[in-house]
Design a binder for this molecule. Sequence first.
Ligand code: GLU
Ligand code: MG
Length: 487
Amino acid sequence: MDQQERARRAAVARKAAGGLATVGVTAVAVTWVDTSGVTRVKAVPLPRLEHAAAWGIGASPVFDAFLLDDSIVSGRFAGGPVGDLRLYPDLDRIAVVAALPGWAWAPADRYDQDGVPHPLDARHLARRETDRLAAEGFFVRASFEVEWAASIGGGDEFVPACSGPAYGMTRLTERSAYLRDVVEALSSAGVAVEQIHPEYAAGQYEVSVAAEDPVGAADTTVLVRETIRAVSQNHGLRATFSPKVLADGVGNGAHIHLSLWRNATGASTRDQGRAGVDAKAGGDDGFGVDVEAGGDGVNLMAGGDGRYGLTHAGEAFAAGILSRLPALLAVGAPSVASYLRLVPSHWAGAYACWGLENREAAMRFVTGSTGDRSRAANMEVKCFDAAANPYLAMAALLASGRAGLADGARLPDSVEVDPVTLGEEHGIAPLPSSLGAALEAFEADTVLKEALGEPMTDTIAVVRRGEIALFTGATPEEIASRTRWKH
Ligand code: GLU
Ligand code: MG
């Protein structure tokens, strides 16, 4: 980062701070997500934003080695008390958090003191993977679904915020002011909410948002979660995004919708992605009827001569992901609690297969409605949850898809029944049933190792091992309750 860039950032920050002051912002929360999926923060008073934008905010590199209980493992690349990084707020993404009066939020890029991106900065890795795809003429539109459960009061016990039936209008009525405030707060922060509804589990709700570029989608999901957390608090509720709130219930997923597009004009990835803010990848239930075209590009998940209209490239990208799902789980389902969620018959996608609109497949293909498919079609990775660092999840998925493209990978037969009814003789295997098994697959995967780099893969491994050790001998109830308020 040279002096000219610092001066440019300072000028942008000065302008932004002027605008933020007029809407009553006092301070800016600058967040990043650590390896265990916890969003960490440093904040600056508004007059300090300009300095932060030009020179960053000091922060220890130790957080990359934090476990979800704030204990610290020591790895080869993270975990010591020495060193300092600089957090640079991305002012393109700054948003006012209406539910936290006086506060704005911005995601951080982490650099070292010499202005070199930190090798453990997940946001940087997601951008690098986006750029690698762009160099090959592709871009991706993505969105995270956000499921959460709301609990009454501030206690650690989970007390469901509503009692009506799953997906029931009663649940909306019981909490209509709360849900209205969630929609209002998200909309005022510039989040394009597509849908909000009560989910299956006790006290559970869900928000779907429009697709955008991969880094933007990860930023948005951080903002969505922190907004929901704040609105919940304002309503005397506590929100949990934990994979398994109660040991015996249905869990919270963080499904990721992805569509691969080919550049039509050669515009930059970032421009394409920004244009893609209004290009919706199809919501939770894949209706996709409100999808709009965004940017110049061709959706490779539709209009091809492959199964259900997949193009060869779209199929190869999806196949690259599907074939490495066991390894990807170490990134996308990264906690011990993740494996309490990832079980058959809970719509969590516990089987390593894909299928058209199949909610028990780890990868659900969503075409959208006839007439709209060239815009709506996408793959939904269902097996991931919100304990995942969304930037890391995105980087790993893009790298896997890119490897599929390079190999001309093909998808196996699609599965159009509940996979639990098929035996292994059909070639349908359950995904790893423990974090340890996922980690083993991850450590054997050379594509992910190359894409994420040794510092990151090594740190992921030590953090996962640390979390496995943390929960040794714990019952499912203990795992659920000790994880419940961390994500
Ligand atoms: N709550 C389910 C999960 O754990 C997902 C339900 C749905 O398909 O939306 O992923
Ligand atoms: Mg859902």
